[in-house]
Design a protein around this ligand. Structure first.
Ligand code: SF4
Length: 342
């Protein structure tokens, strides 16, 4: 991809994969389809995905974002976000007769199921993740009496467990792979019989975006990650870029937040975006870079992704009954909300 304004000594390395993952696209499409099918308003508990643009765009179309189910009128329809919810939230929604659409990413649901299973087998579960993050709250809520949250490698020293021989770790899906492995290393130092989960909990999208940014970062004077401040995987990309050798690394919600002085003396700028970021925001950043002489854009691809998840069960059933279930959603590669806000 090359834009018209270019300086031969300046280039952009554009990470691929970047942006939307399958779980985010599914959650956003779920809200879009719910608005189309049932009409506004549709309530959404928490931000459907951690991206300001996505939330503002859906709000402009009639979604009402709330913090808790008690803010939703009795009997109304509410969508649960991609980050997942605890059983207590399902129970609170049921108590208010809410009609729920659960847009929890299937890869987060997988971690919930692991927590339930290991708790039923009476393990102590060490959940590596960020305290207070919605995903961690949801997973923790599956078995609070069995789970401890481990926020960083340094937190390992303070842990107390019932039986060091009946101990397993699981994790949030959007962590830094390297930092998580360091936490596991320290856990195993303290608890040599610690067991591993059956498969990776850090999801394919998080891992792929970190691998891509690691590849380009050593060649970059500056790396710009497009993503919101509360997006865990976006914030991790900023850190991974620095650790991998970028001279500087910034996160922006959109092109307007870029300070052109970041490019002073730079010849190579890396660009990536978090898993909740529509491509339109990256295109805006590339346009701005072109205006500053960085018109030569070279893609650095480390993986190809084609995973898609079907819509939440409750929504599929209603769309199917009305004959409006999409047969082959977005075969053209277009992602949800990849358009200007309405
Ligand atoms: S980042 Fe991973 S776990 Fe989170 S929504 Fe995307 S695919 Fe699912």
């Amino acid at each position: 991809m090359t834009t018209s304004t270019s300086d031969t000594s300046k280039r952009v390395l554009l990470a691929a994969p970047r942006g939307y993952c399958a779980g985010v696209d599914r959650a956003v499409v779920a809200v879009e389809k719910a608005l189309e099918h049932y009409g506004a308003p549709v309530y959404v508990r928490k931000e459907i995905v951690h991206n300001k643009y996505v939330v503002e765009t859906l709000a402009a179309r009639g979604a009402i974002f709330v913090n808790e189910t008690d803010e939703v009128p009795e009997g109304a329809r509410v969508v649960f976000s991609a980050h997942g919810v605890s059983p207590a939230v399902h129970a609170a929604a049921e108590a208010r007769s809410l009609q729920t659409i659960d847009a929890t990413c299937p890869l987060v649901t997988k971690v919930h199921k692991e927590a339930v299973r290991f708790a039923s087998e009476d393990y102590d579960i060490l959940l590596i993740g960020h305290e207070g993050h919605e995903e961690v709250e949801g997973t923790y809520g599956e078995a609070p009496e069995h789970i401890q949250v481990v926020g960083s490698p340094d937190a390992v020293a303070d842990l107390e467990v019932r039986d060091p021989d009946r101990l397993i770790w699981i994790s949030q899906t959007t962590l830094s792979v390297d930092e998580t492995m360091e936490t596991v290393r320290r856990l195993r130092e303290r608890f040599p019989n610690l067991q591993d989960p059956p498969s990776d909990d850090i999801c394919y999208a998080t891992q792929n975006r970190q691998v891509a940014v690691k590849k380009l970062a050593p060649e970059c004077d500056v790396v710009i990650t497009v993503g919101s401040a509360n997006s865990s995987n976006s914030v991790r990309l900023v850190e991974v870029a620095l650790d991998a050798g970028a001279r500087s690394s910034y996160r922006v919600d959109n092109a307007a937040e870029i300070d052109p002085s970041w490019f002073d003396g730079a010849s190579t700028v890396g660009v990536t975006s978090g898993a909740s970021v529509p491509e339109i925001l990256v295109r805006d950043v590339l346009e701005l870079l072109a205006q500053h002489g960085f018109g030569d854009v070279q893609e650095v691809r480390t993986a190809t992704e084609d995973l898609m998840f079907s819509l939440p069960r409750e929504l599929r059933a209603d769309l199917k009954a009305s004959g409006s279930l999409p047969q082959a959603p977005r075969r053209d590669g277009r992602r949800s909300l990849d358009v200007q806000p309405a």
